[in-house]
Design a protein around this ligand. Structure first.
Ligand code: CDP
Ligand code: MG
Length: 692
């Protein structure tokens, strides 16, 4: 195989795994509600309502519906734990609604990921035989499918936090479900504090009560219970079948390659319809592996069952995500390549094999260098167990860990909550908009004080607050908090008015909110790069993106044009939708539409107003160093500026894969910094070799 498909490492690294461990979940000593017999999984879309109803009834939570409702009625706050797939997310809100416990209000169910919010809401609407946006709906960033009638509202945790800005008592809701709480996203963590306070205040003021449910797929929930004052924990017994776990004998140098080898090892031997779920780290990696699998599978025709590959990651449009859930026809095999999206929040039927690369892509803030870094890193043991569990949903399964048992043992037990490793600027701004000082906020786990101070300092630099010591929002800060964006980008949008480039900047911000619009099939690399040439600007990636978007917006045969130009039509369409929404928000903030035409200096200057901390300067030896934090960095090979060495660049993000790479870059003039942010340059005593 390796001679044909040029991978970097030699084959057969992955020896036939021999280590064997048997997997079983422990049953913690909580209130236990007993399990119902495992049910046959029935196809959704292709079956009628009756089938859906019978499937609902077969879920573990259904058998204990009465008990669950009783506990919910009794307590104003309750923690519920249960295996993925037991029916927590789809059923419990329906039970509450059927019993009219929501009374006049809504049930808000938060999800850390948009994929989950959308697909679950679609599923529940189907179960309730209603149209999306009626009784059941969802709200995710840049998309709101709800109406006045919506009672069950699935929304991302970020969106609920936004809603709290205009209504900090969350009066529209009578029940809030903080779902997938074990993921400990920064937004869920902050919501813990917000809903706790809202519940308390509503009670004190004699307003209608707020019920809080916290749902989690992991057992480690005492912490949640303590936070709310030792509230009861309800344990739902799941349907976990034993899973055999294999570890590699040797550590693997290249987890992607090793995972690929493992897929085919299984594919050659396993019976048809025993599907495989592979955990990888991100879109590019997944799409590239999907491509290789399809090529290799073609060679195996006749020797193994026909194979269908499905990518699964959060930015995938919902209709494609739904494809993943459809069972494959008889005699076939489904291979799903997923990010950690499939770790807990979604359930996929048919999975018999899990391949765990042991890696995840996570954003972390490096306090030493001050950089926000997107980094592929090892998962925690808790995550490894969740991944393993995906193989035992319907029957006995197998989990191939592409790492040694020793490596497993050296993994951290639990992932560090995001709030303790992330840049908090956005959250601190939102808290301030809510009238809450982050330093005294009742966090479930306090973030390091330095992170809070760093966030306040950044907000000060962006002119969003008066001062770090008394962090009252400025008028600009108030406006910035209206945008569902990183504060640096909100600042850029609001500044665009002064540079007469609102249209251009909205386009760029919309494009940066989407996944990559460029497609580079490994076998047509040259063609793709040459098609891209006509958009390339020597000013860098932002203007290049803008050029693509300008043409895309004008052209009528969008799909065909994208195909011919190696562009991703979905991602461009998404950017287009985001553009419309941002335009609306700008109008609300009294930022009228303007265009600078071909005067691209204006656009880059406007980018400097928010991203001035993200500037790197060329050193000798063609090395770059960040101006603010003196960190050695390199231009990412995907940038149009790769291979040219402009003296100063402004970058959007840093990705660490071995080295620190800068992504989405524009060239800038150092004088612009002195012109646009003189105080910042002065206070940081920044100096440039080329400017006095
Ligand atoms: O929240 P929890 O993991 O406990 O389960 P759930 O998300 O409520 O899912 C319960 C069941 O609904 C799953 O086992 C699937 O059979 C089904 N489901 C589905 O088929 N498609 C979805 N998009 C969501 C759920
Ligand atoms: Mg769930």
């Amino acid at each position: 195989m390796e001679s044909k498909y040029a991978f970097t490492n030699a084959a057969s690294k992955l020896k036939k795994p021999t280590t064997l461990v048997t997997f079983s979940t422990s049953n913690p000593n909580k209130r236990s509600i007993s399990e119902q017999s495992p049910a046959k999984r029935i196809l959704l879309a292709e079956n009628g309502l009756a089938a859906i109803l019978s499937q609902r009834k077969s879920l573990p939570v259904y058998a204990v519906r009465g008990r669950i409702l009783e506990e919910i009625k009794k307590h104003s706050t309750l923690i519920i734990i249960g295996e993925t797939g037991s029916g927590k997310t789809t059923q419990i809100p329906q039970f509450i609604h059927e019993e009219r416990l929501d009374k006049e209000g809504r049930i808000g169910i938060t999800q850390p990921r948009r994929v989950a919010a959308i697909t679950i809401s679609l599923r529940v609407a189907q179960e309730m035989n209603t149209k999306q946006g009626e009784i059941v709906g969802y709200t995710v960033r840049f998309e709101d499918v709800t109406s006045e009638n919506t009672k069950l509202k699935y929304l991302t945790d970020g969106m609920l936090l936004r809603e709290a800005i205009s209504d900090n008592l969350l009066m529209k809701y009578s029940v809030i479900v903080l779902d997938e709480a074990h993921e400990r996203t920064v937004h869920t963590d902050v919501l813990f504090g917000i809903v706790k306070q809202a519940q308390k205040t509503r009670k004190e003021r004699g307003l209608k009560p707020l019920k809080i449910l916290v749902m989690s797929a992991t057992m480690d929930v005492d912490h949640f219970s303590n936070y709310f004052g030792n509230v009861p924990i309800l344990y739902l017994e799941g349907r976990q079948h034993p899973v055999k776990i294999f570890h590699t004998i040797q550590p693997q140098e290249d987890y992607v390659f090793s995972s690929l080898v493992t897929i085919f090892q299984i594919h050659r031997e396993a019976p048809a319809n025993h599907d495989i779920l592979v955990f990888l780290t991100g879109q590019e990696e997944i799409e590239s592996m999907a491509h290789h699998i399809r090529l290799i599978a073609r060679d195996l025709e006749g020797k193994a069952p026909p194979l269908r590959v499905y990518p699964l990651y959060s930015s995938l449009p919902s209709h494609q995500q739904l494809d993943v859930f459809r069972p494959t026809s008889k005699g076939m095999r489904k291979v799903i390549l997923s990010t950690n999206v499939a770790e807990t929040s979604v359930t996929i039927s048919g999975i018999k094999y899990v391949i765990d690369s042991g890696m995840v892509k996570a954003r972390s803030h490096h306090p030493g260098t001050g950089l926000d870094i997107l980094k592929v890193q090892r998962i925690s043991q808790a995550q490894a167990w969740q991944r393993t569990g995906r193989a035992g949903r319907e029957s006995t399964g197998y989990c191939y860990r592409v790492y040694t048992r020793k490596e497993f043992e050296s993994l951290p037990k639990n992932s560090v909550p995001e709030v303790q490793r992330c840049n908090l600027t956005g959250v601190v701004l939102q808290l301030l908009a809510l009238g809450i000082n982050c330093v005294s906020f009742d966090f479930i786990d306090k973030p390091p004080r330095e992170s809070l101070i760093a966030a306040l300092q950044q907000l000060k630099q962006l002119n969003a607050i008066e001062s770090v010591d008394s962090p009252a929002l400025t008028k600009l800060g108030h406006q910035m908090s209206q945008f569902p964006l990183d504060p640096r980008f909100s600042k850029i949008l609001l500044a665009a008015k002064d540079y007469n480039c609102v249209e251009e900047v909205i386009s760029i911000v919309a494009l940066l909110s989407s996944e990559s619009v460029f497609v580079t099939p490994p076998n047509k690399r040259e063609e793709a790069l040459s098609a891209r040439q006509k958009f390339v600007s020597s000013a860098g990636d932002h203007i290049t993106l803008l050029n693509v978007f300008r043409t895309f917006s004008k052209i009528s045969q969008k799909k065909q044009w994208c195909h011919e130009n190696f562009l991703n039509v979905r991602n461009l369409q998404y950017a287009s939708d985001v553009y419309t929404q941002l335009l609306e928000l700008c109008k609300r903030c009294k930022v009228p539409l303007s265009s600078c035409g071909q005067d691209i200096d204006k656009i880059r200057k406007c980018l400097v107003t928010g991203l001035f901390m993200n500037v790197a300067e060329l050193q000798r030896e063609r090395q770059y160093i960040t101006v603010d934090t003196r960190q050695a960095v390199t231009i990412h090979p995907s940038s149009v500026l790769f291979g040219s060495y402009p003296p100063f660049v402004l970058f959007t993000e840093v990705v660490q894969t071995g080295r620190c790479y800068l992504r989405q870059i524009s060239t800038i003039e150092p004088e612009w910094l002195l012109e646009i942010v003189p105080n910042y340059i002065r206070n940081h005593k920044l100096s440039f070799s080329s400017v006095s």
